[in-house]
Design a protein around this ligand. Structure first.
Ligand code: ATP
Length: 209
């Protein structure tokens, strides 16, 4: 645990990326990997990779590279691959439906186990094997889920957030453009797809590569 807390946040964010690639190498039977190979595959410069990997206690040797098995066991331990985080999704519109159909389990340790919507016609069935419940029954049906994905319209975001927080949710992935307010004990990651897209277009125009 102490080892984990020493990893800088920026490094921790790249960990799932490394994990996915290293796991594929392992499945292919590869024993080692150079920082150059890694760099090309995950599109992170090799100096950053070397610095990141030094936090993992992985010391690459010149002409040898990194030991794939060691890295994999470190990543598994750190990412708690054996322990699945259960997630609730709120708002089964176009984006929410896409997430339910997307198999998060493929390379990840998270799983959407329940979804909620306010429209009666959307409630009762399943999408991608995930049951859809009515938002009125949120507290009753979400069980011990600690992470929620918000794909509702902006104006619904704060009200639902307050209910999630009261129920004990500790992490929210907010796909609505609304800035939501939570206590300092709750972590919110905000992904505004239209802002990201605008920002990409802006950079392409003003800072061409
Ligand atoms: P669609 O138009 O097909 O619903 P969308 O993603 O564009 O797709 P939004 O208006 O963004 O639709 O709403 C997303 C989903 O959130 C809808 O399914 C809607 O019924 C649901 N929703 C709206 N308000 C709430 C609420 N208060 N609680 C739970 N779900 C809600």
């Amino acid at each position: 645990m102490d080892e984990e807390t020493k990893i800088p946040q920026a490094t921790a964010k790249r960990l799932p990326l490394y994990y996915r690639f290293i796991n594929n190498l392992y499945l292919q039977g590869k024993k080692r990997v150079s920082s150059k190979e890694l760099s090309e595959a995950v599109k992170v410069d090799s100096a950053t990779i070397r610095r990141d990997f030094s936090y993992f206690g992985a010391l690459g040797k010149k002409g040898y590279g990194y030991n794939v098995e060691y890295l994999l066991s470190f990543f598994r331990k750190t990412l708690d691959q054996d322990e699945t985080t259960e997630v609730a999704l709120i708002g089964v519109g176009n984006l929410g439906t896409a997430f339910l159909n997307y198999n998060f389990m493929k390379n990840n340790n998270t799983k959407i186990v329940v979804a909620f919507d306010a429209q009666k016609e959307r409630v009762g069935g399943e999408i991608g094997g995930v049951p859809i419940e009515h938002i009125d029954n949120l507290e009753e049906k979400m069980g011990n889920v600690s992470v929620a994905i918000l794909t509702v319209p902006s104006q619904a975001a704060q009200g639902i957030t307050d209910r999630l927080v009261a129920k004990g949710v500790s992490g929210i992935l907010n796909f609505t453009p609304a800035r939501i307010t939570v206590p300092s004990t709750v972590r919110v990651h905000h992904i505004d797809l239209s802002v990201e897209l605008q920002s990409l277009a802006y950079f392409l125009k003003h800072y061409p590569l």
